[in-house]
Design a protein around this ligand. Structure first.
Ligand SMILES: [Fe+2]
Ligand SMILES: [Fe+2]
Length: 327
C-alpha cells in the first residue's frame, strides 16, 4: 500500500519502525514516575541551605514549567496527531501526552508543593516578567498558527532546546563537587531525557514525511525560515537565562555556559534534520550534561528517594504495604 505518514486510512498495518522505536524507548527504556522522586528530601536544603542566587534561580524558573508541560501535551494531541495520521504516530502522540501531563507536570507540581508555592499566584508569576511572557506567546502562537511543518519545527525547538538551560541550572547543584537538591536535580535530568526524545520524534516524523513527498529541506525556503526562528529562539532564551541569575554563575556554571548550551542544543536539532549546524560552540559543561541527558536511566542506589524503584517501574514500598495489608 502506498499511503503516506500524514494520510488517514482504514488499515492498521505498521509501516514506520523508526516511530515505533521511539515509543518503545519512551515506554520501556526511560519511563519513570513522579512518585519515584521524593522531592521532600530536598525540602530542608530548599528552605535553609540555598544562597540568594540559587533561590532566585529556582523561584524564577519553576513557575512556567507546569504551563510548559500542558502546552506541549496539547501540541502532541491537537497538532501532531492531527497531521501525522499513521497509527504509529497516533500511539506515539498519546504516550508523549501522558508523559508531559501525568509525569513531568506532576513532578514540577511536587516541587512547588514542597516549597509551599502550590498557589495560582506562583503558577502565574511568569506574567510579571516580560521575557517569560514572550516565551509563553511563542508556545501558544505555534499551537494555533502556521503551516503544519512550521508548527512541528517550532515545537522541535521547544522540546529540544527550551528549558534546557534551566535543566542545566538545576543540574549545577550536583556538579563540580556539589551535592545539593539531589532528588530535584535527578528528576529534571529524567525530564530532559524525555524532552530530547520528543524533539527527536518530531524531526524523525518530518524526515519521513519529506522523504515520502520528495522534499529537500536544507536550502529550502522552509529551512531559511527555520534558521531565522532558531536565531530568534536563541536570543529569547539568552534573555531568560540572564533573568534567572542574580550573578553571572550558578554553582560553577556561568551564564556563558548556559547560552553556549542553548546554541549547542539548536545544533543538535538542525543536525537531526540533516542540516549543517548553525553555531560554532564547544562547551565542556554542555557535553557533560548532554551525556547525562542521553544516558537516561540514572539509577542511583545510594541516594535515599532516588533510583531504587526504577528498573521495574513499580514502587517497592507499595509492594511491601500490600503484603502487610494482606492484599
Ligand atoms: Fe515535558
Ligand atoms: Fe516533551
Amino acid at each position: 500500500m502506498n499511503r503516506k505518514i500524514t494520510e488517514e486510512y482504514d488499515g492498521f498495518e505498521f509501516k514506520y519502525p523508526q516511530i515505533l522505536a521511539l515509543t518503545k524507548r519512551q515506554l520501556e527504556d526511560q519511563l519513570w514516575f513522579s512518585s519515584e522522586y521524593d522531592v521532600k528530601l530536598d525540602e530542608l536544603e530548599f528552605r535553609f541551605d540555598l544562597s540568594d542566587n540559587e533561590k532566585h534561580f529556582v523561584l524564577k524558573t519553576l513557575p512556567l514549567f507546569i504551563r510548559y508541560e500542558v502546552y506541549v501535551g496539547n501540541f502532541w494531541v491537537d497538532v501532531y496527531a492531527k497531521h501525522f495520521k499513521a497509527p504509529e504516530c497516533q500511539e506515539l502522540a498519546s504516550v508523549i501526552n501522558m508523559v508531559e501531563r501525568a509525569i513531568h507536570a506532576r513532578f514540577y507540581r511536587q516541587i512547588s508543593e514542597v516549597l509551599r508555592l502550590d498557589t495560582d499566584d506562583h503558577y502565574t508569576d511568569w506574567k510579571n516578567h516580560e521575557e517569560l511572557r514572550e516565551r509563553d506567546k511563542y508556545l501558544s502562537k505555534w499551537l494555533k498558527e502556521g503551516e503544519p511543518d512550521q508548527q512541528m519545527l517550532a515545537y522541535s525547538l521547544i522540546e529540544g532546546v527550551g528549558l534546557f538551560s534551566n535543566f542545566l541550572g538545576f543540574r549545577s547543584f550536583q556538579l563540580n563537587g556539589r551535592n545539593k537538591l539531589v532528588v530535584t536535580s535527578k528528576g529534571t535530568i529524567q525530564s530532559s531525557s524525555d524532552e530530547d526524545l520528543h524533539s527527536e520524534a518530531l524531526t524523525t516524523s518530518l524526515l519521513i514525511k519529506w522523504q515520502e513527498i520528495g522534499f529537500t529541506f536544507e536550502g529550502s525556503e522552509l529551512h531559511q525560515w527555520f534558521v531565522d526562528l532558531v536565531k530568534y529562539f536563541v536570543e529569547r532564551e539568552n534573555i531568560i537565562v540572564r533573568g534567572s541569575m542574580l550573578t553571572d554563575e550558578l554553582n560553577g556554571v556561568t551564564i556563558q555556559d548556559m547560552q553556549d548550551y542553548i546554541k549547542h542544543r539548536c545544533n543538535v536539532v538542525l543536525e537531526r534534520l540533516g542540516c549543517q549546524p548553525l553555531y560554532n560552540v564547544k562547551s565542556k559543561v554542555a557535553e557533560q550534561f548532554d551525556n547525562a541527558v542521553t544516558g537516561y536511566k540514572l539509577t542511583d542506589f545510594f541516594t535515599k528517594g532516588v533510583g531504587s524503584e526504577y528498573t521495574s517501574g513499580w514502587s517497592e514500598q507499595s509492594f511491601v504495604d500490600c503484603i502487610m495489608k494482606g492484599d
